[in-house]
Design a binder for this molecule. Structure first.
Ligand code: C2E
Ligand code: MG
Ligand code: MG
Ligand code: MG
Length: 291
C-alpha cells in the first residue's frame, strides 16, 4: 500500500510541478504580449542605426536600422527579447510597419537636407509572407520620396526558407520597386547554396559568429574567405558583420570583402546621432584605420 501511495504522490507532484511551470510560462508570455501591445500604442520604440563602411575607400556607406524598446520598467530592451514574441503574436506587422515608415521618413528628411545615406531595414519571416505589408511599402515609397537605392531590406536565410516560393515573389516585387535585398546572417540558416542563385538578392552579410572568430579559428577564417569569393563569383556584394577589431578589418581587406559593420567601426546609435558620427568619421586622418 505504501509503495502505491508513494507512486501516486510522485506522479501528482510531477504533474503539479509541470503544470505550474507551464502556466507560469503562458502567463509570462501573455503579460509580455500585453506590454508589447501597449508599447506600440504608446510609441515606446526607438530607431537606432549602425554604420557600415566601404572597406576599400574607408568611407561610410549607409547604416542598418535596429529597433530598441524604451521600456518604462526595464529601460532599453534589445530586439532579441521581443521580436520572436512579436512574430508569434502577429504584433510584428505593426512593429515592422513603424520601422519601415520611419526609415523612409528619415532617408527622405536626410536627402531634403542634402545628406545622402542609405538605410537597410530588417524584415522578419512573417513580413516577407505578407502581401499587405509589401503593398504598404509601396505606399511609404510614394509618400516619402527617397533617392534611388537608398532603402534596402535585410532577410535571413531562415526567414526565406519558411516558404521560399512566396518569399521569392515578395522579393521580386521589392526589387521591381527599386529596393535591394541583402541576405542576413549568411551561413547560419538552412538554405542550400542553390537558393543563392534563385533568390533575387544583391548582397550577402556573413554572420558575425564566423567574422568574430576568424583570427583565432582557422575553420571560421576559411568560411569567411570562401564566402567572400563565392559571393563575388555570383556577382554579389559581400558585407562582414561583427567586425570588432583592426585585425579582422585588415584580414577582410586582404580578402577583398566589400563592406564592414561592427563595433570596430561603430556601435548602434540613436538615428539622430548618425549625421554627427559621419562628420566625425570624415574629420579623422586618412588612413587612421590601417595604423
Ligand atoms: P542582425 O540584423 O544580424 O543585426 C546585427 C546585430 O549584431 C545587432 O544586434 C547589432 O547590435 C549586433 N552587432 C553589430 N556589430 C556587432 C559587433 O561587432 N559585435 C557584436 N557582438 N554584435 C554586434 P541587435 O540590434 O540586438 O539586433 C539583433 C537582431 O534583431 C538583428 O540581427 C535582427 O535580426 C533583429 N532586429 C533588429 N531590429 C529589427 C527590426 O526592426 N525588425 C526585425 N524584424 N528584426 C530586427
Ligand atoms: Mg540585419
Ligand atoms: Mg545579421
Ligand atoms: Mg544576427
Amino acid at each position: 500500500a505504501s509503495a502505491a501511495m508513494h507512486m501516486a504522490q510522485r506522479t501528482s507532484i510531477g504533474v503539479a510541478v509541470y503544470r505550474a511551470g507551464h502556466d507560469e510560462e503562458v502567463a509570462n508570455r501573455l503579460v509580455m504580449m500585453g506590454r508589447l501591445r501597449s508599447a506600440i500604442e504608446r510609441g515606446e520604440f526607438e530607431f537606432y542605426c549602425q554604420p557600415k563602411v566601404d572597406i576599400r575607400t574607408c568611407k561610410p556607406c549607409g547604416a542598418e536600422a535596429l529597433i530598441r524598446w524604451r521600456d518604462p520598467v526595464h529601460g532599453l530592451v534589445g530586439p532579441a527579447t521581443f521580436i520572436p514574441l512579436a512574430e508569434q503574436s502577429g504584433l510584428i506587422t505593426s512593429i515592422s510597419g513603424w520601422m519601415i515608415e520611419t526609415a523612409f521618413c528619415q532617408v527622405h528628411a536626410w536627402s531634403q537636407a542634402g545628406f545622402a545615406s542609405s538605410l537597410s531595414v530588417n524584415l522578419s519571416a512573417h513580413d516577407i509572407q505578407d502581401p499587405a505589408l509589401i503593398g504598404r511599402i509601396r505606399q511609404f515609397a510614394a509618400t516619402w520620396a527617397v533617392p534611388d537605392k537608398a532603402i534596402q531590406f535585410e532577410l535571413t536565410e531562415s526567414a526565406l526558407m519558411d516558404d521560399p516560393e512566396t518569399a521569392i515573389r515578395s522579393m521580386a516585387r521589392l526589387n521591381d520597386m527599386g529596393f535591394q535585398i541583402w541576405l542576413d546572417d549568411f551561413g547560419t540558416g538552412y538554405s542550400s547554396l542553390s537558393y543563392l542563385q534563385r533568390f533575387p538578392i544583391h548582397a550577402i552579410k556573413i554572420d558575425q559568429s564566423f567574422v568574430r572568430a576568424m583570427i583565432v579559428d582557422s575553420g571560421s577564417n576559411a568560411i569567411v574567405h570562401a564566402t567572400i569569393d563565392l559571393g563575388h563569383h555570383l556577382g554579389l556584394h559581400v558585407v562582414a558583420e561583427g567586425v570588432e577589431d583592426r585585425a579582422v578589418w585588415t584580414r577582410l581587406a586582404e580578402y577583398g570583402c566589400d563592406i564592414a559593420q561592427g563595433f570596430f567601426v561603430a556601435q548602434p546609435m540613436p538615428v539622430a546621432h548618425f549625421r554627427d558620427w559621419n562628420a566625425d568619421w570624415h574629420s579623422r586622418e586618412p588612413g587612421w584605420i590601417q595604423s
